[in-house]
Design a protein around this ligand. Structure first.
Ligand code: ZN
Length: 330
């Protein structure tokens, strides 16, 4: 993107548990940032109010007024219709159906606003400013409480018929597997996400297997998280390492599908679960190599998300700037 010192963009990364708001320039430099909690269960009006409060704090830190903003970009989880600016449905935002999020923010701030799926935003963040700069064909995946994805083909997000493409976390891996938030069974994210890892750990603990995982969860099986399993694994707990390797196996099964379908140059892997590193990803890459076409596997590189947790907010901001300028931003 071309440099322009007068451009100020507000990026918002709306998640099921937290909101990250940032004021950025046209080069993806963050001038300020604000974190807050998503009041997801209080409904969409409370969430919009929290976005606005966070916006004013971020603007204050950047010594900027709302009037100085060029445009606003919001990344939100779930099925998004970017054309109409609507959250169609979102497992992470209970009760949200056909919410006019773009217009609600635009009407209150009086600034042109654009809405995009959060994982697609993160893919754009990585494309413009992160690990995928200069790459024409890649897939971004985020391994987190769920699994999100963004598919970039020929330098553009592939959004599908209604903007719902890239929901890689809901490809079926095991048709009789665990029930998913989406209503299906055995989706990738029911087997290869942080939620899946924690669920498997709780089950094995309840079966009576000896493990130090509980010590990382205040001794309460209900408090076992992926983080607790990771902590136990770093101290050598054999069950924790086995469960992470099993999660990595399923990560690899999904990667093999993506490699065979898209033949990407690059797969960028982000999300909190990916911070576990080698004990998760080595088994994943091994399984992907075993299951994908050899030629396609040899052509793909894997990279960690270069922007970490900021890829979504920077991508949402960049998306908005590209849209308002009618640029391809390539
Ligand atoms: Zn699903």
């Amino acid at each position: 993107m071309s440099e322009d010192s007068t451009t100020l963009i507000l990026g918002v990364d709306l998640g099921g548990t937290k909101i990250l708001t940032a004021v950025t320039d046209s080069q993806g430099r963050m001038l300020s940032r604000d974190h807050s909690v998503t009041p997801a269960r209080k409904g969409h009006e409370a969430v919009v109010q929290s976005i606005l409060e966070s916006t004013h704090r971020a603007l204050g830190q950047a010594n900027a007024a709302v009037s100085a903003l060029t445009v606003v970009g919001i990344g939100a989880p779930g099925l998004i219709d970017p054309e109409r600016g609507i959250v169609l449905a979102s497992p992470h935002l209970p009760g949200w159906r056909n919410v006019r999020l773009r217009d609600m923010v635009e009407e209150t701030l009086g600034k042109k606003t654009f809405l995009i799926n959060d994982a697609n935003a993160a893919a754009l963040g990585e494309l413009y400013f992160g690990a995928a700069r200069g790459v024409r064909n890649f897939i971004y995946i985020t391994l987190s409480t769920g699994i999100g994805g963004g598919i970039v083909i020929d330098g553009k997000i592939y959004s599908g018929a209604i903007g719902a493409a890239g929901e890689v976390g809901h490809m079926t891996i095991d048709d009789k597997g665990p029930l998913c938030n989406c209503g299906n069974r055995g989706c990738w994210e029911t087997l290869a996400s942080g939620t899946a890892l924690a669920r498997e750990a709780r089950q094995r603990i309840e079966e009576g297997i000896r493990t130090s995982i509980l010590q990382h969860a205040e001794g309460d099986v209900a408090k076992v998280t992926a983080q607790a399993v990771h902590s136990a694994a770093t101290q050598g707990d054999s069950l924790a390492r086995e469960l992470i390797a099993q999660t990595g196996y399923y990560v690899g099964v999904g990667l093999a599908n993506l490699i065979n379908i898209f033949n990407p140059e690059l797969i960028v892997i982000g999300g909190g679960l990916s911070n576990i590193g080698d004990i998760l990803l080595k088994p994943a890459f091994k399984v992907a190599e075993e299951r994908a076409y050899k030629e396609a596997f040899r052509a793909v590189r894997f990279a960690s998300a270069g922007l970490g947790r900021d890829s979504g907010v920077l991508g949402a901001a960049a998306f908005a700037l590209c849209e308002i300028r009618k640029l391809s931003c390539e």
